[in-house]
Design a protein around this ligand. Structure first.
Ligand code: URA
Length: 238
């Protein structure tokens, strides 16, 4: 037995919060009856209808996209910008696991499996994310140490990170840093550099857990192998 809002969210139909909203507004039926009470438990075989549409028991799908610049990490956009979901050829209701900014490139996983998404995003799982960052200005050892120790963004200190200075371009006055973090706060990398006085010029995510960009070019994607999905569950599922 699972809570109705969780089942709706896990189906990929919408977020948990929006699912709760729809339930409270009487837009959800279980076995033909409107259910407007939050927390109602449902069984695997119950037929759930949301806004008149039956939740299908879709096959689980998993994708690794090399996100290009100029697409939004969302399932739809009110400004009509292209979304990452439009880059993937599927009819399933997939969504991105976390977000990369419009101008950020790199590893983005997409799925319709809520358990897989929650597992990779849950802070207690400390899933590693590796970023390659080009910044304006010359980064020194003291800056690297500040990034590693944690800096205050939006009033809260970031947790310990790993940072490595990869290259300095003295002519252009730019620096390249590899930053490894396991949190996923909003615009975290850009804000971390801003906190130490640097502007990020380019940002690319090179790795999430053991998922890398190997074999892909910008805009390309591949499906995950069943073995990779299993491996992620065995690493992070409690
Ligand atoms: N941090 C950012 O600032 N932007 C991203 O897209 C990802 C991490």
């Amino acid at each position: 037995m699972e809570r109705l809002q969780k089942v709706i969210a896990n189906s990929g139909y919408t977020s948990r919060r929006k699912a709760e909203d729809l339930i409270e507004k009487g837009k959800v039926k279980v076995n033909g009856q409107v259910v407007s009470e939050l927390g109602t438990k449902v069984k695997p075989n119950d037929v759930i209808e949301v806004e008149g549409v039956e939740l299908s028991k879709e096959e689980k799908e998993y994708y690794l996209l090399y996100k290009p610049r100029g697409v939004i990490s969302s399932t739809d956009d009110d400004k009509g910008r292209k979304t990452v979901v439009e880059l993937i050829n599927t009819r399933s209701r997939i969504y991105p696991i976390g977000r990369l900014d419009y101008d950020t490139t790199g590893v983005l996983l997409l799925t319709n499996d809520g358990d897989f998404a929650n597992m990779l995003m849950h802070p207690s799982n400390r899933v590693e994310k590796v970023y390659f960052v080009k910044v304006e200005g010359i980064i020194k050892g003291e800056h690297i140490r500040m990034l590693e120790k944690g800096v205050v963004i939006d009033g809260v200190k970031t947790s310990k990170a790993k940072a490595k200075l990869k290259r300095i371009d003295k002519k252009q006055k730019t620096s390249y840093v590899e930053l490894v973090i396991h949190e996923g706060r909003n615009h975290q990398v850009k804000k971390m550099f801003e906190a130490i006085g640097f502007e990020v010029l380019k940002l690319s995510r090179e790795r999430v857990a053991f998922f890398t960009l190997d074999g892909l070019t910008s805009g390309e994607y591949r499906t995950l192998k069943p073995k990779e999905v299993k491996q992620a569950f065995s690493l992070f599922e409690k």
